[in-house]
Structure formats: C-alpha cells, structure tokens
Design a protein around this ligand. Structure first.
Ligand code: ELE
Length: 207
C-alpha cells in the first residue's frame, strides 16, 4: 500500500498515545468499530511498540496500524518490525528519508514551512503531514502552498479538532486530518470509551 492509498481509506486519523497494551487494544477496538480503520500509535511511551504489536494481533485484519513520532532510522525499523504498516514523523531529516525510502515503507513526513515542503518533495515525498497545523498557519498556509505546489497533498495535524476537521477536509490539497482530540484523557488520566465512540462516530460523518 502507498501512503496516498492509506490516507484515502480514512480521512480522519486518530493520533494515539497509550500507556499500556490493554488500553491500546480496547480504545483501538472502539475506534475501529465506529469506522476509523487507520490508526496512528505514537512512539511516545515505552509501551508503544508493544501496543502496535498487540493492536495488529487483536484487531481485524483490515485495521491499518501506523507508528507516529518516528524521529530516526532506528525507530523506523523498530516500528516496521513490530508490524506498523506505515510511519509518520513530525519532521524529516535526510537520513530518515533515505532510510524509509530504502525500506519501501509508506511514510508521511512532517513539514511546517514552504522550504520544508520543497525539500520533502525533492526527497520524493508528495504526501506530507502539516505539523503543527493550527499554529503554523492552518488553512491559510495550506491554501498558499496549494497555489505554488499543487502536486502536494497534506494531512494537517496539531490543534485540529472535531470542530475544525471539516474545514480542513474541504481543501483540495488535504487528503486527511490527524489528531488526538478523539482520545483525550479525563481528569483521572483515563480515556473514556463512550466519549471515544461519540467523537469517532462524528468524525466518520466527514467521510
Ligand atoms: O507524536 C507525533 O508524531 C507528532 O507529530 C505529534 C502529534 O501528531 C500531535 O501531538 C497531535 O496533535 P494534537 O491533535 O494537537 O494533539
């Protein structure tokens, strides 16, 4: 699968940060059952790689589990070997770009400026994460990039919410949006499955 095909499967990609494997499996199951089949598990917690493995093993085969926060080549290989179908990074370095190209691993590198977008394109990436989207210019930035680099498509992430997702998705150069708004933790530090389901169902309405 190419990264463009993955973004077509689901225009809303939950960006997930789990503390434990059982939490990952139960929350991902709620998202999947509500219709969100592309999931990005960030490598922000020591349990993240085990979470990727467990979600791959426990959820139906048509779940597409990616790994986020891929900051270097070692993390790319680690996530790939745990079964992540694709990788996402908040940025891009030459070494990381070369690694994921050599791996032939679907990859969504992050950019926040025109020059970064041009460098990513030079590296052969045309589907890009726009991060952190809201504070880097949001919709206005994407419209401006679209006028000079119409061949690039974006997945804005960072500050996107259930209230703003639809306006991003209405842009020609936006293939999908990502975000953690679907799985916010409550005061007790827990992710409430009922809230996840409600927000996921609302997100699916954008498809
Ligand atoms: O960990 C990564 O790889 C990142 O690039 C950061 C995440 O994509 C954002 O933290 C999500 O943004 P929010 O939806 O505003 O929480």
């Amino acid at each position: 699968m190419k990264i463009d095909d993955i973004l077509k499967v689901s225009p809303v990609i939950p960006v997930l940060s789990f503390r434990a494997v059982d939490e990952a499996v139960s929350v991902c199951r709620c998202l999947y059952e509500e219709g969100l089949k592309v999931l990005e598990i960030t490598l922000r917690h020591p349990a993240a790689v085990d979470c990727i493995r467990a979600v791959r093993a426990d959820l139906p085969d048509d779940t597409i589990v990616g790994a986020g926060t891929i900051l270097d080549s070692d993390r790319a290989w680690e996530a790939h070997n745990a079964g992540a179908t694709f990788g996402v990074s908040p940025g891009l370095t030459k070494t990381l770009g070369d690694t994921v190209k050599a791996m032939d691993w679907p990859f969504l590198p992050g950019i926040a400026t025109l020059s970064e977008a041009m460098m990513a394109k030079e590296h052969g990436f045309t589907a890009l994460k726009f991060f952190p989207a809201e504070i880097s210019g949001g919709i206005g930035f994407l419209k401006a990039v679209g006028s000079v680099l119409p061949e690039l498509t974006f997945c804005p992430t960072g500050g996107v919410t259930g209230a703003t997702a639809a306006s991003y998705l209405a842009l020609k150069n936006v293939a999908a949006v990502g975000g953690s708004w679907l799985t916010e933790r409550n005061k007790a530090g827990e992710i409430d499955p009922a809230i996840v389901r409600t927000k996921a169902a609302a997100a699916v309405a954008h498809f």
